[in-house]
Design a protein around this ligand. Structure first.
Ligand code: NAP
Ligand code: FE
Length: 369
């Protein structure tokens, strides 16, 4: 671990019931015409779209709506939204939804700032990273994208998902747990386990510092309160939705500093090939990761989040998210692909706080079968 402690997370965060309308003036200050970026259905269902429109109308800000972001958004969708924004002369972006619309909104904002550039710009390292301003409003409780600088896109040319090499923090992050009321149990579970993965992978990370570990530990304590709801032992109330959003935000802040580690790295090809939801794919590899880590550290974070050991965690994962299903031979082939893809990503492998070679990756990936 580095001896110097530091932390950088430059998004302005407001958290609580009614934050979107309460911050109409802050949103309005960011531009003249907003591009609202969402998925196809949930933004209407959970009420966030109507609240955004109310806030923009209150501040006299024009707006247009791009509502075609798919789960695990593609480079093609980002380019389509960028072209629409240019045509409509929008000058800032509001991404509302799960990680997919929020991540897409960051990449769209980058490409709006560079209107003459094509899709290849998204994956070229070392380019100018300026963007038009971005507002993020989460409606799932997993990615923490509202407080990270990360945008993960599906790259069909590479046949996997990959973060773009830019750090794009939202200018403003508005978090309201009540948007989770419309989310089904499966969406809540899949995304809550993603948040837990961020907390674990940030804590067990070669870039962890005392500050990032403090944030991860707080997040684990908050997450633990939600376990009975995730297990289906009681119905969620507004306080649970607030806790789920808070744990997700803390997970985001923790990985904003450290980045994620091997379970995330292994998950991308699994999601690409089997269309497995993100949190469900990531946590498939988690017990294996915890077993490779320092046993004392692993036990500490498992206990903080309500589990006696890695197997207890895995049982809860299976109950809440279910393992990805494919026949054993196909699954083995895909897991080998996950290992091969992650082996090439030396930066991601270096995030593990232990020596990582192909053997270790194979043990984690195939051990999950
Ligand atoms: P998502 O792909 O954004 O959304 C999953 C599903 O949930 C969609 O069908 C969506 O519907 C629905 N949904 C969203 N909010 C809802 C609500 N309140 N009520 C009912 N349904 C709702 O899922 P996600 O897990 O949040 O995001 C996953 C993406 O984030 C992945 O691409 C992943 O790689 C990325 N990620 C990013 C970071 C980061 O730091 N930036 C970290 C981890 C993961 P609609 O399509 O109709 O909206
Ligand atoms: Fe994640």
């Amino acid at each position: 671990m580095s001896s110097e402690d530091r932390f950088y997370m430059p998004a302005k965060v407001f958290f609580g019931k009614g934050v979107v309308e309460n911050h109409a003036a802050d949103i309005g200050r960011l531009g003249r015409k907003a591009l609202i970026v969402t998925g196809r259905h949930s933004a209407k269902a959970c009420g966030v779209y109507d609240n955004i429109v109310k806030a923009l109308d209150l501040s006299g800000t024009e707006h247009v709506w791009f509502h075609e972001v798919e789960e695990n958004p593609s480079v093609e969708t980002v380019m389509k939204a960028r072209d629409f924004a240019l045509e409509e002369k929008a000058d800032f972006v509001i991404g509302a939804g799960g990680g997919s619309p929020m991540d897409a909104s960051k990449a769209i904002a980058l490409m709006m700032y560079h209107p003459e550039k094509g899709a290849e710009y998204l994956y070229q390292p070392g380019n100018d990273a300026h963007t038009v301003p971005v507002v993020c409003i989460p409606t799932t409780c997993g990615t923490g994208s509202e407080v990270t600088a990360v945008s993960v896109l599906t790259n069909n040319a590479l046949q996997t998902k990959k973060s773009i090499p830019y750090k794009i923090f939202p200018e403003l992050s508005l978090i309201d747990g009540t948007y989770l009321r419309s989310a089904g149990r499966q969406t809540i579970c899949n995304t809550a386990f993603d948040a837990l993965a961020h907390l674990y992978e940030s804590y067990l990370n070669s870039s962890a510092t005392e500050i990032s570990k403090l944030i991860a530990r707080s997040g684990l304590g908050v997450w633990k309160n939600c376990l009975p709801v995730l297990r289906g032992e009681r119905t969620a109330e507004d306080e649970d939705y607030e806790n789920l959003m808070r744990a997700s935000m803390l997970g985001g802040m923790a990985i904003a500093h450290t980045g994620t580690s091997l379970p995330h790295g292994l998950s991308y090809s699994l999601t690409y090939h089997l269309k497995v939801a993100h949190g469900r794919a990531v946590c498939f590899f988690m017990a294996g990761y915890l077993k490779e880590a320092d046993p004392k550290e692993a036990r500490h974070i498992l206990e903080l989040s309500g589990f006696s050991d890695a197997d207890d965690f895995h049982r809860a994962y299976l109950k809440c998210c279910k393992a990805p299903d494919a026949d054993r031979q196909k699954m083995t082939e895909i897991l080998e692909q996950c290992v091969a893809d992650l082996s090439k990503d030396r930066a991601k492998c270096a995030k593990a706080p232990f020596e990582t070679d192909e053997e270790v990756l194979r043990r984690i990936a195939l051990g999950a079968l």
